[in-house]
Design a protein around this ligand. Structure first.
Ligand SMILES: NC(=O)c1ccc[n+]([C@@H]2O[C@H](COP(=O)([O-])OP(=O)(O)OC[C@H]3O[C@@H](n4cnc5c(N)ncnc54)[C@H](O)[C@@H]3O)[C@@H](O)[C@H]2O)c1
Ligand SMILES: O=C(O)C(=O)C[C@@H](O)[C@H](O)[C@H](O)COP(=O)(O)O
Ligand SMILES: [Zn+2]
Length: 370
Protein backbone atom coordinates (compact mmCIF):
# COMPACT_ATOMS: atom_id res chain seq x y z
CA UNK A 1 0.00 0.00 0.00
CA UNK A 2 1.71 3.22 -1.05
CA UNK A 3 -0.98 5.88 -1.37
CA UNK A 4 -2.20 7.92 1.54
CA UNK A 5 -5.24 7.10 3.67
CA UNK A 6 -7.55 9.90 4.77
CA UNK A 7 -9.50 9.44 7.99
CA UNK A 8 -12.14 12.05 8.62
CA UNK A 9 -12.76 13.54 12.05
CA UNK A 10 -16.18 15.14 12.35
CA UNK A 11 -17.59 17.79 14.63
CA UNK A 12 -17.97 21.54 14.39
CA UNK A 13 -14.64 21.93 12.61
CA UNK A 14 -14.02 18.71 10.67
CA UNK A 15 -10.51 17.79 9.60
CA UNK A 16 -8.52 14.93 8.13
CA UNK A 17 -5.88 12.62 9.53
CA UNK A 18 -3.65 11.67 6.59
CA UNK A 19 -1.55 8.50 6.89
CA UNK A 20 1.17 7.70 4.36
CA UNK A 21 4.72 8.40 3.29
CA UNK A 22 6.37 11.73 2.47
CA UNK A 23 3.39 13.93 3.28
CA UNK A 24 5.11 17.33 3.41
CA UNK A 25 3.27 18.46 0.30
CA UNK A 26 -0.01 18.25 2.24
CA UNK A 27 1.06 20.77 4.88
CA UNK A 28 0.36 24.13 3.17
CA UNK A 29 -3.25 23.17 2.49
CA UNK A 30 -3.74 22.38 6.17
CA UNK A 31 -2.05 25.58 7.31
CA UNK A 32 -4.17 27.55 4.90
CA UNK A 33 -3.58 30.63 2.79
CA UNK A 34 -4.52 33.19 5.47
CA UNK A 35 -1.44 32.45 7.57
CA UNK A 36 1.70 34.48 6.98
CA UNK A 37 3.76 33.05 9.87
CA UNK A 38 4.19 29.45 11.00
CA UNK A 39 5.94 28.28 14.18
CA UNK A 40 7.15 24.68 14.13
CA UNK A 41 7.38 23.41 17.71
CA UNK A 42 9.68 20.39 18.06
CA UNK A 43 12.06 18.58 20.43
CA UNK A 44 15.78 18.33 19.66
CA UNK A 45 15.39 14.81 18.26
CA UNK A 46 13.33 16.28 15.42
CA UNK A 47 15.51 19.36 14.78
CA UNK A 48 16.63 18.27 11.31
CA UNK A 49 13.07 17.39 10.29
CA UNK A 50 11.80 20.70 11.66
CA UNK A 51 14.38 22.58 9.61
CA UNK A 52 13.38 20.66 6.49
CA UNK A 53 9.72 21.50 7.14
CA UNK A 54 10.59 25.16 7.73
CA UNK A 55 12.67 25.41 4.55
CA UNK A 56 9.92 23.76 2.53
CA UNK A 57 7.27 26.14 3.91
CA UNK A 58 9.44 29.13 3.10
CA UNK A 59 10.43 27.94 -0.37
CA UNK A 60 7.21 26.37 -1.62
CA UNK A 61 4.53 27.91 0.62
CA UNK A 62 5.81 31.48 0.81
CA UNK A 63 5.36 31.51 4.62
CA UNK A 64 7.62 33.15 7.20
CA UNK A 65 8.39 29.93 9.02
CA UNK A 66 10.47 29.47 12.16
CA UNK A 67 11.44 26.52 14.34
CA UNK A 68 10.87 26.55 18.10
CA UNK A 69 12.88 23.91 19.96
CA UNK A 70 11.37 22.74 23.25
CA UNK A 71 12.62 20.26 25.89
CA UNK A 72 12.26 16.58 25.25
CA UNK A 73 9.33 14.41 26.22
CA UNK A 74 7.32 15.24 29.37
CA UNK A 75 9.74 18.07 30.32
CA UNK A 76 8.03 20.05 27.58
CA UNK A 77 4.61 19.95 29.22
CA UNK A 78 5.21 22.71 31.75
CA UNK A 79 3.94 26.23 32.18
CA UNK A 80 7.52 27.53 31.81
CA UNK A 81 7.93 26.00 28.37
CA UNK A 82 4.48 27.22 27.38
CA UNK A 83 5.45 30.75 28.43
CA UNK A 84 8.59 30.44 26.30
CA UNK A 85 6.46 29.64 23.23
CA UNK A 86 4.16 32.60 23.97
CA UNK A 87 7.27 34.78 24.12
CA UNK A 88 8.48 33.53 20.73
CA UNK A 89 5.04 34.03 19.17
CA UNK A 90 4.79 37.52 20.66
CA UNK A 91 8.25 38.58 19.54
CA UNK A 92 7.52 37.20 16.07
CA UNK A 93 4.26 39.21 15.84
CA UNK A 94 2.00 36.18 15.44
CA UNK A 95 -1.56 37.22 14.65
CA UNK A 96 -4.85 35.34 14.75
CA UNK A 97 -4.47 34.06 11.21
CA UNK A 98 -1.00 32.64 11.79
CA UNK A 99 -0.39 29.00 12.65
CA UNK A 100 1.48 26.57 14.89
CA UNK A 101 2.76 23.17 13.80
CA UNK A 102 3.39 20.49 16.43
CA UNK A 103 6.15 18.16 15.24
CA UNK A 104 7.11 15.31 17.57
CA UNK A 105 5.64 12.85 20.00
CA UNK A 106 2.52 13.26 22.10
CA UNK A 107 4.27 15.50 24.62
CA UNK A 108 5.17 17.96 21.88
CA UNK A 109 1.78 17.88 20.17
CA UNK A 110 0.01 18.35 23.54
CA UNK A 111 2.19 21.39 24.25
CA UNK A 112 2.04 22.87 20.74
CA UNK A 113 -1.72 22.36 20.67
CA UNK A 114 -2.14 24.17 23.98
CA UNK A 115 0.13 27.00 22.86
CA UNK A 116 -2.08 27.37 19.78
CA UNK A 117 -5.26 27.15 21.89
CA UNK A 118 -4.13 29.94 24.19
CA UNK A 119 -2.29 32.32 21.84
CA UNK A 120 -4.71 35.17 21.09
CA UNK A 121 -7.40 32.80 22.45
CA UNK A 122 -6.84 30.34 19.66
CA UNK A 123 -4.90 30.04 16.42
CA UNK A 124 -4.71 27.21 13.92
CA UNK A 125 -2.59 24.16 14.73
CA UNK A 126 -1.50 21.36 12.42
CA UNK A 127 -0.12 18.28 14.10
CA UNK A 128 2.69 16.15 12.63
CA UNK A 129 3.09 13.26 15.08
CA UNK A 130 6.37 11.36 14.81
CA UNK A 131 5.76 8.62 17.39
CA UNK A 132 3.36 5.72 17.13
CA UNK A 133 1.52 7.03 20.16
CA UNK A 134 1.27 10.49 18.69
CA UNK A 135 -0.18 9.14 15.45
CA UNK A 136 -2.77 6.82 16.92
CA UNK A 137 -3.81 9.02 19.82
CA UNK A 138 -2.25 12.29 20.99
CA UNK A 139 -2.32 14.28 17.75
CA UNK A 140 -5.92 13.36 16.99
CA UNK A 141 -8.92 14.71 18.85
CA UNK A 142 -7.90 18.14 20.07
CA UNK A 143 -7.04 17.37 23.71
CA UNK A 144 -4.12 19.67 24.48
CA UNK A 145 -2.43 20.54 27.73
CA UNK A 146 0.39 20.55 30.23
CA UNK A 147 1.07 19.01 33.64
CA UNK A 148 1.13 20.73 37.03
CA UNK A 149 2.81 19.68 40.26
CA UNK A 150 -0.46 18.06 41.31
CA UNK A 151 -0.83 15.82 38.30
CA UNK A 152 -0.94 14.97 34.66
CA UNK A 153 -2.68 17.13 32.03
CA UNK A 154 -4.44 19.17 34.71
CA UNK A 155 -4.40 22.35 32.61
CA UNK A 156 -5.43 22.34 28.98
CA UNK A 157 -8.04 22.99 26.34
CA UNK A 158 -10.01 21.19 23.68
CA UNK A 159 -8.55 22.68 20.53
CA UNK A 160 -8.91 20.47 17.44
CA UNK A 161 -6.17 20.63 14.84
CA UNK A 162 -6.79 21.84 11.30
CA UNK A 163 -5.26 18.57 10.15
CA UNK A 164 -2.95 15.75 11.18
CA UNK A 165 -0.13 14.33 9.04
CA UNK A 166 1.08 10.85 10.00
CA UNK A 167 4.18 10.31 7.91
CA UNK A 168 5.09 6.67 8.53
CA UNK A 169 8.68 7.34 7.43
CA UNK A 170 9.28 9.26 10.66
CA UNK A 171 8.85 6.03 12.65
CA UNK A 172 12.14 4.70 11.24
CA UNK A 173 14.18 6.65 13.79
CA UNK A 174 11.85 6.17 16.76
CA UNK A 175 13.55 4.20 19.57
CA UNK A 176 12.10 0.72 19.92
CA UNK A 177 10.89 1.32 23.50
CA UNK A 178 8.91 4.34 22.36
CA UNK A 179 7.35 2.33 19.55
CA UNK A 180 6.34 -0.45 21.95
CA UNK A 181 4.97 2.10 24.44
CA UNK A 182 2.71 3.41 21.66
CA UNK A 183 1.34 -0.09 21.18
CA UNK A 184 -0.35 0.23 24.59
CA UNK A 185 -2.76 2.81 23.14
CA UNK A 186 -3.27 0.64 20.05
CA UNK A 187 -4.18 -2.30 22.30
CA UNK A 188 -6.46 0.01 24.29
CA UNK A 189 -8.41 0.72 21.10
CA UNK A 190 -8.65 -3.04 20.56
CA UNK A 191 -10.19 -3.66 23.96
CA UNK A 192 -12.58 -0.72 23.98
CA UNK A 193 -13.80 -0.80 20.39
CA UNK A 194 -12.04 -2.87 17.71
CA UNK A 195 -11.13 -6.46 18.66
CA UNK A 196 -9.64 -7.01 15.18
CA UNK A 197 -6.71 -4.97 16.48
CA UNK A 198 -6.13 -7.56 19.20
CA UNK A 199 -6.37 -10.41 16.70
CA UNK A 200 -3.80 -8.79 14.41
CA UNK A 201 -1.38 -8.16 17.28
CA UNK A 202 -1.79 -11.64 18.78
CA UNK A 203 -1.32 -13.30 15.39
CA UNK A 204 2.12 -11.72 14.94
CA UNK A 205 3.54 -10.24 18.12
CA UNK A 206 7.03 -9.70 16.71
CA UNK A 207 5.60 -8.05 13.59
CA UNK A 208 3.45 -5.77 15.74
CA UNK A 209 6.57 -4.53 17.52
CA UNK A 210 8.19 -3.40 14.27
CA UNK A 211 7.65 0.00 12.64
CA UNK A 212 7.67 -1.84 9.31
CA UNK A 213 5.70 -4.89 10.43
CA UNK A 214 3.24 -6.47 7.98
CA UNK A 215 0.20 -5.09 9.83
CA UNK A 216 1.68 -1.91 11.30
CA UNK A 217 -0.10 0.44 8.93
CA UNK A 218 -3.42 -1.34 9.38
CA UNK A 219 -3.02 -1.23 13.16
CA UNK A 220 -2.27 2.49 13.03
CA UNK A 221 -5.24 3.21 10.79
CA UNK A 222 -7.62 1.09 12.85
CA UNK A 223 -6.58 2.82 16.08
CA UNK A 224 -6.94 6.26 14.48
CA UNK A 225 -10.37 5.23 13.21
CA UNK A 226 -11.46 4.30 16.74
CA UNK A 227 -10.27 7.62 18.11
CA UNK A 228 -11.73 9.61 15.21
CA UNK A 229 -15.11 7.97 15.65
CA UNK A 230 -15.24 8.73 19.38
CA UNK A 231 -14.04 12.34 19.27
CA UNK A 232 -16.23 13.16 16.28
CA UNK A 233 -19.29 12.73 18.47
CA UNK A 234 -17.92 13.98 21.79
CA UNK A 235 -15.08 16.48 21.44
CA UNK A 236 -15.38 17.84 24.98
CA UNK A 237 -15.72 14.54 26.82
CA UNK A 238 -19.29 15.08 27.89
CA UNK A 239 -19.77 11.31 27.84
CA UNK A 240 -18.56 8.75 25.33
CA UNK A 241 -15.05 10.18 25.00
CA UNK A 242 -14.30 8.96 28.51
CA UNK A 243 -13.80 5.47 27.09
CA UNK A 244 -10.49 6.65 25.61
CA UNK A 245 -9.34 7.04 29.21
CA UNK A 246 -9.38 3.26 29.73
CA UNK A 247 -6.36 2.42 31.90
CA UNK A 248 -5.51 6.07 32.46
CA UNK A 249 -6.88 6.63 35.98
CA UNK A 250 -4.18 4.49 37.55
CA UNK A 251 -1.78 5.03 34.62
CA UNK A 252 -1.58 8.78 35.11
CA UNK A 253 -1.05 8.32 38.86
CA UNK A 254 1.87 5.97 38.12
CA UNK A 255 3.37 8.49 35.70
CA UNK A 256 3.25 11.20 38.32
CA UNK A 257 4.60 8.89 41.02
CA UNK A 258 7.52 8.10 38.72
CA UNK A 259 8.04 11.82 38.04
CA UNK A 260 7.33 11.07 34.38
CA UNK A 261 10.37 8.81 33.95
CA UNK A 262 8.03 6.05 32.78
CA UNK A 263 6.72 6.35 29.26
CA UNK A 264 3.02 7.14 29.06
CA UNK A 265 2.23 3.90 27.23
CA UNK A 266 4.08 1.85 29.84
CA UNK A 267 2.04 3.34 32.68
CA UNK A 268 -1.18 2.88 30.70
CA UNK A 269 -0.27 -0.79 30.22
CA UNK A 270 -0.31 -1.36 34.00
CA UNK A 271 -3.40 0.86 34.23
CA UNK A 272 -5.29 -1.29 31.72
CA UNK A 273 -4.52 -4.49 33.61
CA UNK A 274 -5.74 -2.80 36.78
CA UNK A 275 -8.91 -1.64 35.00
CA UNK A 276 -9.50 -5.14 33.63
CA UNK A 277 -9.06 -6.65 37.10
CA UNK A 278 -11.36 -4.01 38.56
CA UNK A 279 -14.00 -4.97 36.02
CA UNK A 280 -13.47 -8.62 36.89
CA UNK A 281 -13.67 -8.25 40.68
CA UNK A 282 -16.70 -5.99 40.26
CA UNK A 283 -18.40 -8.88 38.46
CA UNK A 284 -18.59 -7.05 35.15
CA UNK A 285 -15.82 -8.57 33.04
CA UNK A 286 -15.31 -12.24 32.25
CA UNK A 287 -12.06 -13.95 33.29
CA UNK A 288 -10.93 -14.70 29.75
CA UNK A 289 -11.08 -11.07 28.58
CA UNK A 290 -9.41 -9.88 31.78
CA UNK A 291 -6.61 -12.43 31.33
CA UNK A 292 -6.24 -11.46 27.67
CA UNK A 293 -5.02 -8.02 28.78
CA UNK A 294 -2.11 -9.47 30.71
CA UNK A 295 -1.27 -11.94 27.97
CA UNK A 296 -1.12 -9.46 25.11
CA UNK A 297 0.66 -6.70 27.05
CA UNK A 298 3.21 -9.16 28.45
CA UNK A 299 3.84 -10.58 24.99
CA UNK A 300 4.53 -7.07 23.71
CA UNK A 301 7.04 -6.51 26.49
CA UNK A 302 4.99 -3.85 28.25
CA UNK A 303 5.01 -3.65 32.06
CA UNK A 304 2.17 -5.33 33.91
CA UNK A 305 3.06 -4.61 37.54
CA UNK A 306 3.86 -1.72 39.85
CA UNK A 307 5.17 -1.12 43.36
CA UNK A 308 2.74 -2.69 45.83
CA UNK A 309 3.61 -0.13 48.51
CA UNK A 310 2.68 2.83 46.31
CA UNK A 311 -1.08 2.23 46.54
CA UNK A 312 -1.94 4.95 49.14
CA UNK A 313 -0.12 7.62 47.10
CA UNK A 314 -1.63 6.43 43.83
CA UNK A 315 -5.12 6.48 45.35
CA UNK A 316 -4.62 10.05 46.49
CA UNK A 317 -3.41 11.14 43.06
CA UNK A 318 -6.34 9.43 41.36
CA UNK A 319 -8.69 11.75 43.25
CA UNK A 320 -7.65 14.64 40.99
CA UNK A 321 -8.30 12.58 37.85
CA UNK A 322 -10.55 14.54 35.49
CA UNK A 323 -13.21 11.84 35.59
CA UNK A 324 -13.66 12.29 39.35
CA UNK A 325 -16.80 14.10 40.50
CA UNK A 326 -16.58 15.68 43.96
CA UNK A 327 -15.25 12.87 46.18
CA UNK A 328 -16.33 10.12 43.81
CA UNK A 329 -13.73 8.20 41.83
CA UNK A 330 -14.83 7.03 38.39
CA UNK A 331 -13.17 4.38 36.24
CA UNK A 332 -13.64 3.11 32.73
CA UNK A 333 -14.12 -0.65 32.87
CA UNK A 334 -15.29 -3.24 30.38
CA UNK A 335 -18.61 -5.07 30.57
CA UNK A 336 -17.15 -7.35 27.90
CA UNK A 337 -14.87 -7.07 24.90
CA UNK A 338 -15.47 -3.72 23.19
CA UNK A 339 -18.13 -2.85 25.78
CA UNK A 340 -16.62 0.02 27.77
CA UNK A 341 -18.65 1.53 30.60
CA UNK A 342 -18.21 3.74 33.65
CA UNK A 343 -17.79 2.33 37.16
CA UNK A 344 -18.67 5.04 39.66
CA UNK A 345 -17.55 5.17 43.28
CA UNK A 346 -16.41 1.56 43.56
CA UNK A 347 -16.17 -0.04 46.99
CA UNK A 348 -12.58 0.66 48.19
CA UNK A 349 -12.18 -3.08 48.80
CA UNK A 350 -12.63 -3.69 45.06
CA UNK A 351 -9.91 -1.19 44.28
CA UNK A 352 -7.54 -2.88 46.72
CA UNK A 353 -8.37 -6.29 45.26
CA UNK A 354 -7.73 -5.05 41.72
CA UNK A 355 -4.47 -3.39 42.74
CA UNK A 356 -3.27 -6.58 44.40
CA UNK A 357 -3.32 -8.12 40.91
CA UNK A 358 -0.73 -5.63 39.63
CA UNK A 359 1.22 -5.10 42.84
CA UNK A 360 4.86 -6.10 42.77
CA UNK A 361 7.85 -5.79 45.08
CA UNK A 362 9.32 -2.26 44.81
CA UNK A 363 12.49 -3.62 43.18
CA UNK A 364 10.45 -4.91 40.24
CA UNK A 365 9.66 -1.42 38.98
CA UNK A 366 13.36 -0.64 38.62
CA UNK A 367 13.61 -3.42 36.10
CA UNK A 368 11.15 -1.74 33.78
CA UNK A 369 12.87 0.06 30.96
CA UNK A 370 9.63 1.10 29.32
N1 LIG B 1 -3.79 14.61 23.74
C1 LIG B 1 -4.09 13.34 23.75
O1 LIG B 1 -5.19 12.93 23.38
C2 LIG B 1 -3.04 12.36 24.19
C3 LIG B 1 -3.24 11.01 23.93
C4 LIG B 1 -2.26 10.11 24.34
C5 LIG B 1 -1.10 10.57 24.95
N2 LIG B 1 -0.95 11.90 25.16
C6 LIG B 1 0.29 12.41 25.75
O2 LIG B 1 1.36 12.07 24.88
C7 LIG B 1 2.57 11.99 25.63
C8 LIG B 1 3.32 10.73 25.26
O3 LIG B 1 3.60 10.79 23.89
P1 LIG B 1 4.79 9.91 23.25
O4 LIG B 1 4.68 8.54 23.74
O5 LIG B 1 4.76 10.20 21.83
O6 LIG B 1 6.07 10.49 23.97
P2 LIG B 1 7.04 11.74 23.69
O7 LIG B 1 6.37 12.85 23.04
O8 LIG B 1 7.71 11.97 24.98
O9 LIG B 1 8.09 11.13 22.65
C9 LIG B 1 8.86 10.02 23.04
C10 LIG B 1 10.34 10.23 22.69
O10 LIG B 1 10.52 10.02 21.32
C11 LIG B 1 11.29 11.09 20.75
N3 LIG B 1 10.87 11.14 19.35
C12 LIG B 1 9.68 11.53 18.87
N4 LIG B 1 9.59 11.25 17.58
C13 LIG B 1 10.76 10.69 17.22
C14 LIG B 1 11.26 10.17 16.00
N5 LIG B 1 10.52 10.11 14.90
N6 LIG B 1 12.54 9.69 15.99
C15 LIG B 1 13.29 9.69 17.12
N7 LIG B 1 12.85 10.13 18.30
C16 LIG B 1 11.61 10.63 18.35
C17 LIG B 1 10.93 12.26 21.59
O11 LIG B 1 11.89 13.27 21.49
C18 LIG B 1 10.87 11.61 22.98
O12 LIG B 1 12.16 11.49 23.53
C19 LIG B 1 2.17 12.03 27.08
O13 LIG B 1 2.43 13.32 27.59
C20 LIG B 1 0.69 11.78 27.06
O14 LIG B 1 0.02 12.36 28.13
C21 LIG B 1 -1.89 12.80 24.79
O1 LIG C 1 -8.29 11.59 23.86
C1 LIG C 1 -8.74 11.25 24.94
O2 LIG C 1 -9.82 11.64 25.37
C2 LIG C 1 -7.95 10.36 25.82
O3 LIG C 1 -8.30 10.15 26.96
C3 LIG C 1 -6.75 9.72 25.21
C4 LIG C 1 -5.67 9.35 26.22
O4 LIG C 1 -4.93 8.28 25.63
C5 LIG C 1 -4.68 10.46 26.49
O5 LIG C 1 -3.62 9.98 27.26
C6 LIG C 1 -5.24 11.74 27.07
O6 LIG C 1 -4.24 12.73 27.08
C7 LIG C 1 -5.71 11.61 28.48
O7 LIG C 1 -6.42 12.73 28.79
P1 LIG C 1 -6.82 13.20 30.25
O8 LIG C 1 -8.01 14.02 30.02
O9 LIG C 1 -7.08 11.98 31.07
O10 LIG C 1 -5.67 13.95 30.77
ZN1 LIG D 1 -3.10 7.95 26.72
Amino acid sequence: MTSETRIKVGGELPYEVVVGHGLLGELPAMIGSKAARVAIVHPRALAATAEAVRDDLIEHGGYQALTVEVPDAEEAKSVGVLAYIWEVLGKSNFTRTDAVVGLGGGATTDLAGFAAATWLRGVRVVQIPTTLLGMVDAAVGGKTGINTAEGKNLVGAFHPPAGVLCDLDTLQTLPQNDFVAGLAEVVKCGFIADPEILRLVEADIEGAKRFDGPHTRELIERAIAVKADVVSSDLKEAGRREILNYGHTLGHAIERNERYRWRHGAAISVGMIFAAELGRVAGRLDEATADRHREILTALGLPTAYDGHAWPKLLETMRVDKKSRADMLRFIVLDGLAKPAVLEGPDPALLVAAYSEVAAEPSAKGAVDL
